[in-house]
Design a protein around this ligand. Structure first.
Ligand SMILES: [Zn+2]
Length: 131
């Protein structure tokens, strides 16, 4: 059964076949969660379209961080009835820190899906970067 685009992004699958994992280890492996495969273990699609491609993921990561901060800010505001600024910081900073592995991985996954130029193909043959 074909994996949907949403499932592919959510599970960090290769954008070409949506079966191979992009990352070597779990997001909960705190020492090695950043390690990516250079090519997809299933279809051999190269997962870094050009050198330095993932520098752009910093902008995606920034957007995700801002979304987390705004969501946490309003949740704190409504649940704790407008507490002092120290309360906001003592809630937002640990959440940003704990979300770091997921933020890192989703920013790279979204960068590859949005700007990697890799088209989905069900036949699993090795692909190239589409132009
Ligand atoms: Zn693949």
């Amino acid at each position: 059964m074909a994996t949907s685009l949403i499932e592919g992004v959510f599970n960090h699958k290769c954008p070409h076949c949506r079966e191979g994992n992009m990352y070597k280890h779990s997001a909960f492996n705190v020492l090695r969660y950043t390690e990516m495969h250079t090519e997809c273990p299933v279809c051999k699609q190269h997962l870094e379209p050009e050198p330095g491609f993932y520098y752009g993921a910093m902008f995606v990561s920034y957007a995700i961080s801002v979304a987390i901060i705004i969501t946490t800010f309003f949740a704190t505001y409504f649940f704790l009835k407008n507490p002092p600024i120290e309360t906001y910081l003592s809630i937002i900073i640990p959440i940003i820190f704990l979300m770091m592995p997921l933020n890192f991985r989703y920013s790279r996954t979204l960068m590859l899906y949005l700007f990697g130029g890799i088209k989905y193909r069900e036949d699993k043959t090795a692909g190239s970067v589409a132009k």
